[in-house]
Design a protein around this ligand. Structure first.
Ligand code: ADP
Length: 454
C-alpha cells in the first residue's frame, strides 16, 4: 500500500480524499494555490505545498508544479479528484513516467473516453445501445444538414471534447442548421480547443441515469448500481438520487450488467461512471466519465462502500473487495449540491461565510470544506458543499433531506439551499415523475409567476 498520497485538487473533494487516506493510515500532501492557503484540506493534510497563484491554469492545472511537489515530498501516488486534471491523459501518463502511481484509469482509456465520438463508437462496438446520431464527427454543414433532415428534428449538436454540460446546441428546424452548426463549432473551439462536433437525436423526455462501475488490475469488473441525475439546470446536475424512481429491478439489473460487461471487455481499471439517457423504457449510452464523480456519496450511502478507499486500493494493485453477494443496496439516498449562488438568479455569491452549521443526525452526511470565517474565493466553481442523506425508502429520505436543509446554516453568502427545499416540495419531484427538462421548465414558470405579481 502507498505510504503517501498527493491530492491534486481543492475544496470538498480534496478533504474527502484526505479523509479516506487517514483512515487507511496513508500520509497526505495537499497542494494549493495562494488563494487556498487556508483551505481545510491544507490545514488537515500531513504536508502542504503551494503550487502557484489563484488562476487554475497556473496552479491546479500546472502539471510541472504538481509533479515537483510530489517529488519534493516523496509521494507514492497522486489522486486527481474530479475536474481539473482528472481526465487529462497527458497528466496520467506523466505521473506514471515520473515514477508515481496515478489513482485512476490507464491514460489510453482516458483518451478513448475523453473524445466523445470515439467513446460512443467504442460503446457501440462493445454492444451498448447508443443515442441515434451521426456515426462520427459532422464534417461539414452540407452533409450535416442532410443527415439532420433524414434523422428528423430536433437534433442536438455536441462538442466531441465538451464537458460540464457546455457546448451543446439544439436545432429545431432545417433553416437553423447552418447557423447553429457554425456557432457550435466556434464555441467548441473557444471552450475546449477542439472544434469537432457530432450530432444526436434530441430526446424530449429522457431521464439521466448513470451506472457506477469499478474495474481492477486482475480483470474483475463490477457495477454498484445507478444514480438518477435527472434534476438538472443548464445540463448540470442539481439533485442526484438512488435508486432511480423510474427503474424496476429487471431494468436496473440489465443496465448494470451491460455497464460492468463494457468495463470488463475494455480492461478498465479504477472507478468510472457510464452515463445513459433513459426514455420510454430504453437506455442509450451517452458518455463515460473516467474519474470519481461529485455525486459518488449517493452510492456510498446506498452500499456502505468507501469508493475513494477502493480507488486507492485498486491503484495499489489489490483486487476489488466487493463482488457479487457482498454488494448490498439498502434503502434510498439523495444528494443536493449547495452552491454559493443566488437561489433565484443563480448569480455567484462569493464572500465570507460568517457562520456555518452543518446538519447532523441519523442518515445525514455533509461533505464540505467550508467553516465559519472561511472566505469563498472567486476563482473556482461555486459549489460549497454537498448534503447527502439516506433513508429506509424514498419517502423517509425526502423527509430527512428537508429537515437537514432546514438545519443547515450558511450565513454571509447566498446559497441554493432554498431552491432545493422548493424542489423537494414539487409534486412531480415527490412522485418521482420528472425528466431532464422538468426543472428548467418549472423554474421558468416560477419566474414568470413572480414577474406577474410585481
Ligand atoms: P457533459 O459531459 O457536458 O456533461 P453529456 O453528454 O453528459 O455532457 O450531457 C449532459 C446533459 O445534456 C445530459 O445529462 C442531458 O441532460 C443532456 N443531453 C445530452 N444528450 C442529449 C440528447 N441527445 N437529448 C437530450 N438531452 C441530452
Amino acid at each position: 500500500m502507498f505510504k503517501k498520497v498527493l491530492i491534486a485538487n481543492r475544496g470538498e473533494i480534496a478533504l474527502r480524499i484526505h479523509r479516506a487516506c487517514q483512515e487507511m493510515g496513508i500520509q497526505t500532501v495537499a497542494v494549493h494555490s495562494t488563494a487556498d492557503a487556508n483551505a481545510m484540506a491544507v490545514r488537515l493534510a500531513d504536508e502542504s505545498v503551494c503550487i502557484g497563484p489563484p488562476q487554475s491554469r497556473d496552479s491546479y492545472l500546472n502539471i510541472h508544479a504538481i509533479l515537483s511537489a510530489a517529488t519534493l515530498t516523496g509521494a507514492d501516488a497522486i489522486h486527481p479528484g474530479y475536474g481539473f486534471l482528472s481526465e487529462n491523459a497527458q497528466f496520467a501518463r506523466m505521473v506514471e513516467e515520473h515514477g508515481f502511481t496515478f489513482i485512476g484509469p490507464k491514460a489510453e482509456h482516458i483518451d478513448l473516453m475523453g473524445d466523445k465520438v470515439s467513446a460512443k463508437q467504442t460503446a457501440a462496438k462493445l454492444g451498448l445501445p447508443v443515442i441515434p446520431g451521426s456515426p462520427g464527427a459532422v464534417e461539414d454543414e452540407v452533409s450535416g444538414k442532410k443527415m439532420a433532415e433524414e434523422m428528423g428534428f430536433p437534433v442536438l449538436l455536441k462538442a466531441a471534447s465538451g464537458g460540464g454540460g457546455r457546448g451543446m446546441k439544439v436545432v429545431t428546424k432545417s433553416e437553423e442548421f447552418v447557423e447553429q452548426y457554425r456557432t457550435a463549432r466556434s464555441e467548441a473551439k473557444a471552450n475546449f480547443g477542439d472544434d469537432t462536433v457530432y450530432m444526436e437525436k434530441y430526446l424530449s423526455t429522457p431521464r439521466h441515469i448513470e451506472v457506477q462501475i469499478f474495474g481492477d488490475k486482475h480483470g474483475n469488473a463490477i457495477h454498484l448500481g445507478e444514480r438518477d441525475c435527472s434534476s438538472q439546470r443548464r445540463h448540470q446536475k442539481v439533485i442526484e438520487e438512488a435508486p432511480s424512481p423510474a427503474l424496476d429491478d429487471a431494468a436496473r439489473q440489465k443496465i448494470g450488467t451491460l455497464a460492468a460487461d463494457m468495463v470488463r471487455n475494455m480492461g478498465y481499471v479504477g472507478a468510472g461512471t457510464i452515463e445513459f439517457l433513459w426514455e420510454k423504457g430504453e437506455f442509450f449510452f451517452m458518455e463515460m466519465n473516467t474519474r470519481i464523480q461529485v455525486e459518488h456519496p449517493v452510492t456510498e450511502m446506498l452500499t456502505g462502500i468507501d469508493l475513494i478507499a477502493e480507488q486507492i486500493r485498486v491503484a495499489a494493485g489489490e483486487p476489488l473487495r466487493y463482488q457479487g453477494d457482498n454488494i448490498r443496496f439498502r434503502g434510498h439516498a439523495m444528494e443536493v449540491r449547495i452552491n454559493a449562488e443566488d437561489p433565484e438568479t443563480f448569480i455567484p455569491s462569493p464572500g465570507e461565510i460568517k457562520m456555518f452549521h452543518a446538519a447532523g443526525g441519523m442518515g445525514v452526511r455533509f461533505d464540505s470544506a467550508v467553516y465559519g470565517g472561511y472566505k469563498i474565493p472567486p476563482y473556482y466553481d461555486s459549489m460549497v458543499g454537498k448534503l447527502i442523506v439516506h433513508g429506509k425508502d424514498r419517502e423517509e429520505c425526502m423527509a430527512r433531506m428537508k429537515r437537514a436543509i432546514r438545519e443547515t446554516v450558511v450565513d454571509g453568502v447566498k446559497t441554493t439551499l432554498p431552491l432545493h427545499l422548493w424542489i423537494l416540495e414539487q409534486p412531480e419531484f415527490i412522485s418521482g415523475d420528472y425528466n431532464i427538462h422538468w426543472l428548467e421548465k418549472k423554474l421558468a414558470e416560477k419566474a414568470a409567476a413572480a414577474a406577474e405579481k410585481k
